[in-house]
Design a protein around this ligand. Structure first.
Ligand SMILES: [Zn+2]
Ligand SMILES: [Zn+2]
Length: 438
């Protein structure tokens, strides 16, 4: 057992060197042992008690330089959910303080929460297309994010569709409607400022059109080819650095044109066709169609990157396992020799004009709410309920318990709950009146 672990660790370590070790721009160089690792002639002095620096990123432990961009993978997987990988989500943090989320796929809200970033800073989401694995965590960051301290509306940018029903505004409106009971049950009881959404729907056919411009940041959209009309890809430019995110797409001319000279180019790279058959249990016909025509096969990903020559190519949208990664890598390497990251959740890229540093984040799983960015506000009570009643078209009277339910309360806990109020009043030195029943 122990031997197996050591062997696995060695494979993982080698893999890391191989896949991540090109950040110095050694394009296409095959993996090799480094001088440092085998400098037997001058063994390093290792203290038995002193700390050593670690090549990992601990969230909130490093300042971001004024000219630096940090990208964190918060989802790199597939529509078929798994604990090891959430679905598409990439967080971009800039040295000017701005943060942007690109896609918010199923499971990614947990990854974002692990970064412990105040939710007021996570208020801008760009959705490339409306597959669940690219926006399936929207409700969680909408409602959970507000509960964890977002004090402003969530802002969403997403494409139109060939008809209104296939556009982002429709999807978000219906999602809010789906959560009518959830929102009705919270209004009046919590600080409700974060429980609204602003949608900016833009034309999916626009080619390299500016859809966001503020504080020195320009975000553009260009069409992608995937499943139906509607999907888009994005570029973000700031301070001479260019980030490109493909969302999902078959290789297309727009990406080849508009991703050119990217400092970091993230493009889907689907599970290799043989693995779609053996592991995803697709029929060969379905595997070929989905794996090469709806998505981008690894070989095709490589050709796209060979054409655009980014400073760092990032492949995502495959299950990155010990027995699938080698095949994806070999297929990419059959067509592309440049810097490459095979993404997995919590991979981190620190990007400046001189350097791209690739590491893994070490995060906490048992997280609570991060610090608030602004002062909390007391629950709005009936004033908020009145507004909600008007906006959602739900009768004001329905926004409280009925007499029928009130009558069902078990009175025997009254004394202990009064005790909790008394305890708080005593501990905090001010009176918290117990909510008396009508
Ligand atoms: Zn998709
Ligand atoms: Zn997808």
């Amino acid at each position: 057992m122990k031997k197996a672990f050591v062997l696995l660790a060695a494979v993982v370590a080698l893999g890391t060197t191989y896949f991540l070790g090109h950040s110095d721009g050694r394009a296409g160089k095959s993996p090799g042992f480094t001088r440092v690792a085998f400098a037997a002639d001058s063994p390093p002095k290792v203290s038995p008690v002193d700390a050593r620096p670690r090549e990992v990123y601990y969230p909130n432990s490093e300042n971001l330089a004024a000219d630096e961009m940090r990208v964190i993978a918060c989802g790199t997987g597939m529509p078929t959910t798994r604990a090891a990988q959430a679905a598409a989500c990439f967080l971009v943090e800039l040295g000017n303080g701005d943060k942007f989320i690109f896609d918010i796929g199923s499971g990614s809200a947990e990854r974002l929460s692990s970064l412990q970033i105040p939710y007021d800073y996570l208020d801008k989401i760009f959705i490339g297309h409306l597959h669940a694995d690219h926006f399936g965590s929207l409700a969680e960051i909408f409602i959970g994010g507000a509960l964890m301290g977002r004090q402003r509306p969530l802002r969403i940018w997403g494409p139109s569709g060939p008809v209104p029903e296939l556009g982002t505004a429709y999807a978000v409106e219906k999602m809010e409607e789906m959560y009518t009971w959830d929102l009705a049950g919270r209004v009046g009881i919590v600080d409700f400022r974060g429980y609204s959404i602003e949608v900016n729907e833009f034309d999916y056919t626009a080619e390299n059109a500016v859809i966001y411009e503020d504080n020195g940041v320009t975000i553009r959209s260009f069409p992608a080819i995937h499943s139906l009309d509607g999907p888009v890809s994005f570029s973000l430019e700031w301070n001479g650095l260019k980030f490109v995110f493909g969302s999902d797409t078959y290789p297309n001319k727009w990406f080849v044109d508009y991703a050119k000279d990217a400092d970091i180019a993230i493009h889907e790279c689907f599970v290799a066709v043989p693995d779609l058959v053996t592991k995803m249990r697709f029929t060969p016909e379905q595997a070929l169609l989905v794996g090469t025509q709806i998505h981008t096969a690894p070989e095709a990903f490589g050709k796209v990157m060979q054409q655009i020559q980014p400073r760092m190519a990032v492949a995502y949208h495959f299950f990155k396992d010990f027995d699938t990664t080698a095949q994806v890598n070999a297929r990419i390497r059959s067509t592309y020799g440049g810097p490459l990251s095979l993404a997995e959740d919590f991979m981190v890229w620190n990007i400046t004009k001189d350097d791209i540093r690739v590491r893994m984040a070490v995060v906490e799983e048992a997280t609570w709410a991060p610090p608030l960015a602004g002062a909390a506000q007391a629950p709005g009570g009936d004033a908020d309920r009145k507004q909600f009643s008007k906006d959602a078209g739900v009768s004001f009277e329905a926004l409280t318990y009925s007499d029928f339910v009130i009558e069902g309360r078990w009175g025997e806990v009254d004394d202990v709950l009064r005790g909790v109020y008394g305890e708080a009043s005593e501990a905090l030195g001010r009176e918290f009146p117990y909510p008396e029943r009508e």
